[in-house]
Design a protein around this ligand. Sequence first.
Ligand code: SF4
Ligand code: SF4
Length: 423
Amino acid sequence: MTGYPRPIDAPSPELLQRCVHCGFCLPTCPTYAVLGVEMDSPRGRIRLMETVWSGRVDVAGHTFQKHIDQCLDCRACETACPSGVEYGKLVEGARSQLELARKRGPLARLARTVGFRVILPRPAVLAGFVRFSAIARRLGAARVLRILGFGRLGDLLALVPTRVSSQRLPRSFAAIGARRGRVALFTGCVMRAAFSDTNAATARVLARNGVEVLVPGEQTCCGALHAHAGARDDSRALARRNIEALEALDVDAFIVNAAGCGAHLKEYGWLLKDDAKWRDRAERFASRVRDATEYLAAVGLVARPGAMRVRATYDDPCHLLHGQKIKDQPRELLRTIPGLELLPLVEADMCCGSAGTYNVTQPALSKALLERKVEHVVASGANMLVTANPGCQMQIDAGLRAARANVPVMHVMDVLDKAYETA
Ligand code: SF4
Ligand code: SF4
C-alpha cells in the first residue's frame, strides 16, 4: 500500500493466506457470472488485496478501486469456500483502505457526510426524506428526471416502495398467552423510516407466540451501510451507541428483521476488536442478536396461522443466507401457513443487485443482476415473492414493477402476520 497509512481494518496476511486460490468460489460469484473477468471474482480480488499488502499495487490505483468497488459484498464466496476464507471481512477491510486513499470532490464528500452522519442515524430525518421521495415517485418524478437527462436519479427514485410506513411503535408488545420469552426489537433505520409496518408485524407475530417484545427508543442505525462503504469509524460510533442503549436490557435476544443489519450486528465484536474498552461488550452484544426467523423457528410457533391461497417463492437475502447461514428457517415458517404453496426459485441464493448502496454506486451491474432475478421470479410461476431484507424488497419490487409483472414483494414477517389475521 504505497504512500498511504494502513488502517486497522486493512486485510491482514492471516486472513488473506487462508485463500488457496482453488477457484471453487468462482461459479457462485454474481459479478464473475455477469462480467466473466478473473479480477471480478473472489479469487482475483483476494490476489489484488495481496498485491496491495505487499506494496506491488497502489491502493489508490484504478485497478484496485474498480474491482473492489464492483464487489457486491454479498459473501456468496464465503458459503462456497472450503478453506474458511472470511471474504466479508477482507472486502470491508479493503474498502476502508480505499476510503483513506480515494480522492472525492467536495460535492461527493458532502453527500457522503450528509447521508452517513445526518440522515441515516436520525430516524425522523430519514422518514421525512423517504416520504418526500415516495410522493415524488407517485407524481411521476422518476420519468421526468429521466427525460431531463438525470437517468440515474430517476432510477433511484423508482426504487422507493409504493407504500411506505414510518409510524412510531409502542414501547412494548405484551406476550399473548403464557410468556415464553422476552426480546428487544431492533428497529433499524430504513426499516423504521419506510417499513415500520413490518416492524409492527414482527412484534405482533412474536407476541402471538408468547414472546414479550420491547421496542427501545434509544437505539440507532446499525452502521452496516457505513461499514460496507469503508466508513468503519462511523460504523463503530453507531455500534457503541447501540451497545450502550441495549446491553443492560433483561431480554433473551435482540431481534432483527433486516438481514443486512442482523449480519452487521452479529459482527460488532469484529468491528470493535481493536478497542480494548468496548471489545468484550461488543462480543457479548453480538452473541445475543437473532434474526426474527431464526428466533421464531428455534422457539417454535404455538399459534397456528390462518390459511392463505398463494403461490409464493422465497429469495434468500445474501446477508441472511451467506452472512448468517440462515436458509431453512424462513422457508419452514412459510410452510406452516395452510394453503401457501412454496415454489422453488432458480438462483434464489444469488444477489439481486441491491447490496447496500450498490444500486447507487454500480447502477449498470446492479441492473443486470436485477433483470436476471426478475426473469427467475416470473419463470417460477409465483404470484408472491417473499424475502427478509428491506434493500432486496425495494430492489426486486422495482424490477418487477418495471417488468409489469403483477407479483407483490413481501417480507416473511408480513406474510406470517397476514396469515394470523385470517386465523
Ligand atoms: S476464496 Fe476460498 S474458494 Fe475462493 S479461491 Fe480462495 S480458497 Fe478457493
Ligand atoms: S462478495 Fe459476492 S460479488 Fe464479492 S467476490 Fe464474493 S461472491 Fe463475488
